[in-house]
Design a binder for this molecule. Structure first.
Ligand SMILES: [Co+2]
Length: 330
């Protein structure tokens, strides 16, 4: 849910959209997958019970974009019982993602996935962070095929051969946990498989570099190496971020080569969320003012975890039960 800067050249259209009469969604079919060219129908805002604590941006109705200008002193370490709360929020985000993803199948709408995630989060006594964040209307982000990030769940049915990123953030006991992953819908082509694999590997290699005393720029270096190997481009406009009582806070976590000098310290909690593209890294935003699609119509995949820097190394707060992604620093 974070756009670093808007460098969109806009206005250029890669190919002519056709309207799918049944759903009224403008899409374009290209070599085996359907391009998202315009937003679909979005269902009414879902209800969160009154007794669930809401982030301040929901109460204030308007959230302002976080000031991500990063200096060492602007990165606030979390400590004590706050870390336990971060672990709980991270675990709930991971469980929500696994539960929602288990319902991915051809014919299922992204709106149905949103409803499943919403109910799961609310039943756990938590608030779905994206709902009402800077006007976002849904509880998760669902980014299909050429959508890079911030896809808004709608009435489009998933199709065999699609890829879909599901991005879940929950607000539990006053803190946020944020995770995402890209999934194949049925059988996908080889290029899509490599794209998904590249995004996961970029995330895991970046996590493996983390630990106390490590400069944040090591993350960009690790992602670049994986992108090079897979011959994918890094979409530099969507960055990782500090997270805790705020959805987005310093540090800005860059997924490309940089020479920022801020360093990881115990208690730092942040996301790593590289988005890799098959083609060019450039993007544009659809009319809903959220959905970010590749300018060239090629596909994009993203993977994200929330991590905590400890005295010994790094702890992945949104780790899946079946996932091995931690490294103890010797
Ligand atoms: Co995030």
């Amino acid at each position: 849910m974070l756009l670093q800067r808007l460098w969109c050249s806009g206005g250029r259209r890669c190919c002519k959209p056709t309207i799918n009469a049944a759903r009224g969604i403008a899409t374009t079919r290209v070599s085996g997958y359907e391009k998202i060219a315009a937003p679909g129908e979005v269902s009414p805002r879902r209800v969160v019970p009154d007794d669930i604590e809401k982030p301040s941006y929901v109460r204030a109705l308007i959230a302002r974009a976080a000031d991500m200008h990063t200096t060492q002193s602007r990165i606030k370490p979390l400590q004590g019982e706050m870390l336990g709360r971060m672990r709980d929020a991270g675990r709930l985000a991971a469980d929500t993602l696994a539960y929602t993803a288990s319902h991915i199948a051809p014919g299922v709408t992204t709106d149905a996935l949103d409803e499943l995630a919403h109910e799961f989060i609310v039943s756990a006594g938590a608030y779905p962070s994206p709902l009402g964040y800077m006007g976002f209307k849904k509880s998760i982000c669902t980014s299909v095929n050429n959508v890079i990030v911030h896809g808004v769940p709608d009435d489009r049915e998933l199709q065999e051969g699609d890829i879909i990123n599901i991005d879940v953030t929950v607000f539990l006991n006053g803190v946020h946990g944020d995770t995402s992953r890209t999934f194949a819908v049925g059988a996908v082509d080889r290029s899509a498989e490599r794209l998904i694999e590249g995004a996961e590997k970029a995330l895991h290699d970046a996590i493996a570099t983390c630990g106390p005393g490590v400069p944040y720029c090591a993350i960009g270096e690790a992602v670049e190496a994986v992108a090079d190997f897979y011959r994918l481009s890094i979409c530099p406009y969507f960055i990782g971020h500090g997270i805790g009582p705020s959805f987005h806070a310093p540090p800005a976590v860059l997924h490309y080569y940089n020479d920022e000098d801020y360093v990881m310290k115990p208690g730092h909690v942040f996301t790593i969320e590289p988005a890799l593209n098959e083609g060019s890294p450039e993007f544009r935003i659809l009319a809903d003012e959220w959905t970010a699609v590749t300018l060239d119509g090629q596909r994009s995949a993203q993977a994200e975890h929330t991590v905590l820097i400890t005295e010994e190394g790094v702890e992945v707060l949104t780790r899946r039960k079946d996932e091995d992604c931690e490294r103890a620093v010797e």
